[in-house]
Every structure is written in structure tokens, then in C-alpha cells.
Design a protein around this ligand. Structure first.
Ligand code: ZN
Length: 607
């Protein structure tokens, strides 16, 4: 007898052409009353019920070479009839979801998250399990390798074979890439890191490794100098267009546009590459903040249903605050770019009236039905707990620095959370982040949290940014694609005489599709609806290209006739154009506040 686990998984691409995995689980000593198996309804890190069981095409059970009856108890739970020997349940799983939270298989590669493919043996979640990862059959797959942070048992490095997990929670927390990915490796503070890239690309791997290593070391140092994992894997999929990531305890799955990766010979840091490094920084910071410092509501995860916490503003928001700030500290982003990106981010927050109706605590709690299921009314009803949560982080950091005369900061709060909850594995209670911040600040912050986290008032950022010598100014947008962050060349008078319709649009071919109708704007008052196709303004055809030029010639208060198709019916509406909202934000170093330069440098450098 070898040291085989009593629970053994096996996964093999059965038919890459048909996107089918064959996945089995064998239980040595199944429940004599009938072993139950369940598949997660969601994947930790992505707060939406996804019902992965809908991709299970067939499910069969067998014991000692004989078929065993297996029945379905609910949408994602099965029970096999009692049997005397080892029980094996085998499923065919359809895998054609290219996102970081799914499973994907074709003749070029395979990627899966355990939550999508591995059945949980109900009642045996805490036992260790073996996982045999097999290649597809056939010579054409001979060059395939394996990239995953799953610990190896007898599999060779990067090879197919036997892997192992300490329990089901770990099993589904190490996504697996198989194929002919390119790879570059480095050590960060002594810990081996791999970057595996799937998809066609021409990235400068040496530069990528150098820059990502700086991000990792900056973060390991931030949390005290010792990485909490013994290796780490970045699973990157490069595509034409795409952006996203999902965090895990010792790896992350990232989706990026291939052109965001630095190409050989380029030395400058393009905005797109900075965006990719920001994604790397974000997911890596989660290694601490949410994978180890976890809300009590996630300890343990209940994978069968929604897990409610009002703390995502801290787990996603603070992670978003630190992703770019730590790029500055790693020397990968300068002060000007950092302030520009903050101007853009604050602009996005100000342009959603949802911030006036929903607090970030409420948005966290309702992530399952609102933030993750946004519809055309989302800008009016939902606040983004990433963006506003990051702004709460910024405000809190500056407030603590001010209250303690620069002796303490949000960095200390994060380190306290790490010591108290991350290292111990104890869940963070719902009020735990606020209490930790008050301990570090040495003062009650009741009013701050009541406004910033539980209320809907705008944050006092203009005042707080002055403490580090940064001036926050607001102005109207100077064009339809003005996302803020930069001063405008237009005069204040010219900006104020521009008009707004109060819509967000999308170019559908040459036509103007109304995507969102913003609260309180002229379009809403006139009866324009999301989904309408705007075809003419004042009797003249408009296109996605010409709309802006038409509006440029108009003035606030002017009445215009709009022709729109709603489904196949033509509507004629009259709208009164409004002056543009003052919702575009710019952050700049204030030359009049030279005395605050030291405070700003300390903030950006993490002192
Ligand atoms: Zn995140």
C-alpha cells in the first residue's frame, strides 16, 4: 500500500475538439448511507452564483466494476446508492469558458478551476486528496506541460502526473493550465515564482520577470519580509482584447490584451503595460488581503450559496488602493502617472449617481445581485466598491497620517490585520477593519466610517489631499471621451458653455446606441431609454462620429428634437440640453504647498 489518499481525483481532456474533460473522483470508503457529492455554485473571489453544475453533461457511478445508481438531489448535489467497495463517480464536463473563473479546453490548451470540475465529497471536505492530471491522448499533445501551484506528488516539475491537496478548499484554490505555454521564472525574497503565458504573444519575458519581481518583493517587504507561500504561479492568458484576474492563495489567473505586454526592444512603460502591472500587483496583494486576511463570512466558504459580507470595500477597495501605490513604491510608476490615474478614477466615481444611493458597505453585501449583475441602470443605482473602496483607502490613509503626524498609516492597519487575522486564520469580523484602523489612529473614527463606508456623502478628499500638497480640482468634461486626470486646454467659460444630454453611448456600427440614461439628465427628462438607437438630432442624421460635433454647436437651455428607434418603433422626443456636470477630476502637485512635499514623499515611499 502506498500513501494514497482515500479521496482521489483524476482529470483528462477526453475530447479537446468537443471541449470535454473526463473527471472522476474515487472514494475508498464511501458513506454507507449513500455518498453525496456536490459542485460549488460559485468560485471564491467572484461573487456571483454561477452554477457550474450546468456544464456537467453526464454523471455515472461505479464500484468494483459495477454500475451504481446515482441520483440528483438538487441542482448541484448527487447521491450515489450505498456500495461496499471503493466508489468512483465519473463526469463529462463541458469546458468552453475562456474567463479566469471557468474551465476552457480545445486542441491548443486546457485551463480549469477546480470549482468547475471537482466534485466535493460531502462530509469529507477536510481530508487530503490526490489529483492525477493527465494529458489528452495522442501524439499531437506530446509537448504539453502543466502550470499550477498544486503541490506535486509524483508528477515531474511542470509535468503530468500526481498532485496533492491538503483538503477540498486547497484543491479548488489552485487553477491548472496545460498546453505549450511560454514561461519565465524568478525568485522573490527566495520564493520561486513562475509566469506562464498562454496565447500568442511577443512579450519581452526577461523584462516582464524583472518588473513583476519588483512588484512581488515590494509587497513581501510590505507585509514583513516573508512570503506566506513557498511558491507562486502567474497563469497569464494573452488575447486580442481582455482584462481580468482572479486571486488564489499561491497563484493567480490573469487575462490580458497581448499588446499590453512589453515587447522586445521597448524600454518605456506604456499605459497598457502599467495597467497589466497594476493587475499583477492587485492579484498578488490578495495573497494576503482576502486569501489569508479573510472576512469571517468566508471562514469557511459556503460554496453552495451566497456568502454575505459588507467588507468587500476593504478587501477589494484597499487592494485596489495598494495595487498602484505599490507600483510607485516599486519604482514602476511615477508620481505624475499616479496622480493622473487617481484623477481618472475619482472622475469615474463622480459620474455615477449610484454613489449617492448605495454605500460601499451595502454594495459589498449585495455584490451577488447588483455589482456582479449590472444592468443599464447600474450607474444610477450601484456604487463600485473597488473604485470607491480604494478612495476610502486613500482618505483613511491620509487621515491616519494626519492624525498621527505621519507616524502611522494605513500600511500599519494592513500589517495589524495581517498579524491578527492573516497569520492566525481567524476571520475578520464585520467591524474588524474599522476597529483596527482606530487602534492604529489612536482615535475614534466613527464619523469617518459613518460617512465614507456606511453613508453616501462624497469623501473629503480635496481637504485630505492638501495635507500631502496635492490639489484636487473639478471641472466639466471638455469632450465626450474626457475621462479626467488631465487639465483641460479649454477655458472655464468654454467648458461651462458646453452641453450634456445625460447619456452614455456606444457606437453600434455607424449608429449611436444609448447604453445608460443618467439620473437627472436631459435625456431622462425627455423620455430617452437605454437601448434606444439615436438616429437624428433636430432633423439631421447623427452618427457615433458626428454626434459630438453637433452638440458642440449647441448651448445649455437649447431645446432639440431627437429621433430614436426603440426596438422597431420610431419615437420623436424633445429634450432641453443642460450645462455639463462638474464631474471631471484632476489631481496636481500644488506649488503653493511646498511645505507638504515631505509628507507626500513619505506617503508615496511608504514611510
Ligand atoms: Zn480583487
Amino acid at each position: 500500500m502506498t500513501d494514497r489518499s482515500a479521496i482521489r481525483y483524476r482529470i483528462r481532456p477526453k475530447s479537446p475538439e468537443a471541449h470535454l474533460y473526463e473527471v472522476s473522483v474515487t472514494v475508498e470508503d464511501p458513506d454507507p448511507l449513500g455518498q453525496r457529492f456536490a459542485l460549488p455554485a460559485w468560485i471564491p473571489g467572484s461573487y456571483l452564483i454561477r452554477e457550474y453544475a450546468r456544464h456537467f453533461v453526464t454523471v455515472r457511478a461505479a464500484s468494483r466494476g459495477r454500475e451504481v445508481r446515482i441520483e440528483k438531489l438538487d441542482k448541484h448535489t448527487w447521491r450515489a446508492e450505498r456500495c461496499d467497495g471503493a466508489l468512483t463517480v465519473t463526469a463529462e464536463v463541458y469546458a468552453w469558458d475562456p474567463s479566469v473563473r471557468g474551465a476552457h479546453l480545445d486542441t491548443s490548451h486546457g485551463f480549469f478551476n477546480g470549482a468547475c470540475v471537482f466534485l466535493r465529497c460531502v462530509g469529507r471536505e477536510h481530508e487530503p486528496c490526490d489529483v492525477e492530471i493527465l494529458p489528452p491522448r495522442g501524439g499531437r499533445y506530446r509537448a504539453w506541460r502543466v502550470a499550477t501551484a498544486l503541490p506535486r506528488k509524483d508528477a515531474p516539475p511542470y509535468g503530468f502526473g500526481l498532485y496533492v491537496a491538503a483538503d477540498y478548499d486547497e484543491l479548488i484554490d489552485h487553477p491548472v493550465e496545460t498546453g505549450t505555454f511560454s514561461m519565465v521564472s524568478f525568485k522573490a525574497r527566495g520564493v520561486p515564482h513562475d509566469i506562464a503565458i498562454t496565447g500568442r504573444h511577443d512579450a519581452d519575458l526577461a523584462r516582464l520577470a524583472r518588473d513583476v519581481k519588483r512588484v512581488c518583493e515590494t509587497q513581501i517587504d510590505f507585509f514583513g519580509g516573508h512570503a506566506p507561500m513557498d511558491r507562486y504561479v502567474f497563469l497569464v492568458t494573452a488575447v486580442g482584447e481582455g482584462y481580468g484576474g482572479l486571486e488564489h492563495r499561491a497563484s493567480t489567473a490573469l487575462l490580458t490584451g497581448r499588446d499590453a505586454l512589453p515587447h522586445a526592444g521597448s524600454r518605456e512603460t506604456a499605459d497598457a503595460y502599467r495597467g497589466f502591472l497594476g493587475l499583477v500587483s492587485h492579484e498578488y496583494f490578495h495573497t494576503w488581503n482576502v486569501k489569508r486576511i479573510k472576512p469571517a463570512a468566508f471562514t469557511p466558504y459556503d460554496l453552495g450559496r451566497e456568502n454575505y459580507t459588507s467588507l468587500l470595500w476593504a478587501f477589494e477597495g484597499f487592494t485596489s488602493y495598494y495595487d498602484d501605490l505599490l507600483l510607485v513604491r516599486a519604482g514602476l510608476m511615477d508620481e505624475a502617472a499616479f496622480l493622473r490615474i487617481w484623477g481618472e478614477s475619482l472622475t469615474r466615481i463622480l459620474r455615477g449617481a449610484g454613489r449617492l444611493k448605495q454605500s460601499v458597505a451595502e454594495s459589498s453585501f449585495d455584490a451577488w445581485i447588483k455589482f456582479y449583475r449590472q444592468d443599464e441602470n447600474a450607474p444610477n443605482a450601484v456604487v463600485n466598491y473597488y473604485a470607491k473602496g480604494a478612495a476610502v483607502g486613500l482618505a483613511l490613509d491620509l487621515l491616519i497620517r494626519q492624525k498621527t503626524r505621519g507616524r502611522r498609516s494605513l500600511d500599519d492597519v494592513m500589517r495589524l490585520l495581517w498579524e491578527r487575522y492573516g497569520r492566525t486564520g481567524e476571520g475578520v469580523p464585520e467591524e474588524g477593519v474599522e476597529r483596527a484602523a482606530e487602534e492604529i489612529a489612536g482615535a475614534k473614527l466613527t464619523r469617518f466610517f459613518a460617512q465614507a463606508v456606511h453613508g453616501t456623502e462624497d469623501l473629503p478628499l480635496a481637504r485630505l489631499l492638501r495635507t500631502v500638497g496635492v490639489k484636487l480640482t473639478l471641472r466639466p468634461a471638455d469632450s465626450l471621451d474626457d475621462g479626467g486626470g488631465r487639465p483641460s486646454r479649454k477655458s472655464a467659460a468654454a467648458l461651462a458653455s458646453r452641453v450634456t444630454l445625460g447619456v452614455r453611448t456606444f457606437a453600434e456600427g455607424p449608429d449611436v446606441k444609448i447604453v445608460n440614461v443618467l439620473d437627472g439628465g436631459p435625456a431622462q427628462a425627455a423620455g430617452v431609454s437605454a437601448g434606444d438607437l439615436l438616429i437624428a438630432v433636430d432633423g439631421l442624421r447623427v452618427s457615433a462620429k458626428s454626434l459630438e460635433a453637433r452638440l458642440e454647436r449647441m448651448r445649455p437651455g437649447q431645446r432639440v428634437r431627437l429621433h430614436l428607434f426603440r426596438r422597431d418603433e420610431l419615437h420623436e422626443l424633445e429634450a432641453e440640453l443642460a450645462a455639463p456636470p462638474v464631474d471631471t477630476c484632476v489631481l496636481e502637485v500644488d506649488p503653493g504647498l511646498k511645505g507638504r512635499t515631505r509628507a507626500r514623499r513619505a506617503w508615496l515611499a511608504g514611510r
